[in-house]
Write a protein that binds this ligand. Structure first.
Ligand SMILES: *Cc1c(COP(=O)(O)O)cnc(C)c1O
Length: 234
């Protein structure tokens, strides 16, 4: 019989140390790029991990987190938010139309606006909830058929529509580069689309490539595994 502990109870994962390590790597990459590390937010991606694994990060002082599923986030974050009211939660996974109201009530930022129908629903939910929620437009920089995100050549129109028609607070753009391609090309493309639309926010870079996203202007990096270890089962 295996006695390997489940990831959720793995005593070898030191989350505070992992966080400090990722922060140090961000600082190093920022210095090398001539940037201020304070301009780069670390979204700690806690998907698949339960509150027992998230609390050490909160107790270490971290306040910015990302989740990719609305229902999973609803099970853990209301209680954590009560204990740490100043935390901020980003939705980084695809949003279904019937979940927009729940998402707007729970998240401070929705990074995955990728079509007009969802943008409209999010705008309506924000009005009804009377909450300020920031938005990012997700761009499918690799134009992959199975992947979420607006195709690059339709991004300008969606950004304009989000701002002008739906009055969303569009802070920037988000991308997930294709797994098997050089991510730099995708980071550069996202930066160019943001530049021509006058957007400052660039959410790009994950555990495998976040130091590389920083010279391309990332203002948010989304890091899961390097902080919380292998995916859990929460
Ligand atoms: C899971 C996820 C991440 C973090 O991935 P890691 O490789 O574990 O750092 C970042 N962005 C999105 C959209 C994700 O779904």
């Amino acid at each position: 019989m295996s006695t390997v502990p489940s990831p959720a109870s793995d005593p070898d994962i030191d989350i505070a140390a992992n966080l400090a390590g990722v922060m140090a790597e961000i600082a190093e990459a920022a210095a090398a790029a001539g940037r201020d590390a304070g301009d780069i937010g670390l979204v700690a991606v806690s998907k698949t991990h339960g509150p027992d694994r998230i609390r050490p990060a909160l107790e270490a002082g971290h306040r910015l987190f990302g989740e990719n599923r609305v229902q999973e986030a609803e099970r853990k974050w209301p209680e954590l938010r009560e204990a740490f009211p100043d935390l901020r939660l980003h939705l980084i996974g695809p949003l279904q139309g019937n979940k927009t109201r729940d998402a707007v009530e729970l998240f401070d930022c929705i990074e995955t606006i990728d079509r007009p129908r969802i943008a409209r629903r999010v705008a309506e939910a924000i009005q009804q909830a009377g909450r300020a929620v920031d938005c990012y437009v997700q761009v499918n920089t690799g134009a992959e058929a199975q992947k979420a995100g607006i195709p690059p050549d339709e991004a300008d129109a969606l950004i304009a529509q989000c701002r002008d028609e739906f009055q969303l607070s569009v802070r920037g753009l988000m991308c997930i580069p294709p797994a098997d391609e050089e991510p730099s090309l995708h980071f550069a493309l996202l930066r160019e689309i943001a530049r021509r639309n006058g957007l400052d926010g660039l959410s790009m870079g994950m555990s495998a490539d976040f130091p590389l996203a920083i010279p391309f202007g990332a203002t948010l990096v989304r890091v899961g595994t390097a902080i919380f270890g292998p995916r859990g089962t929460y």
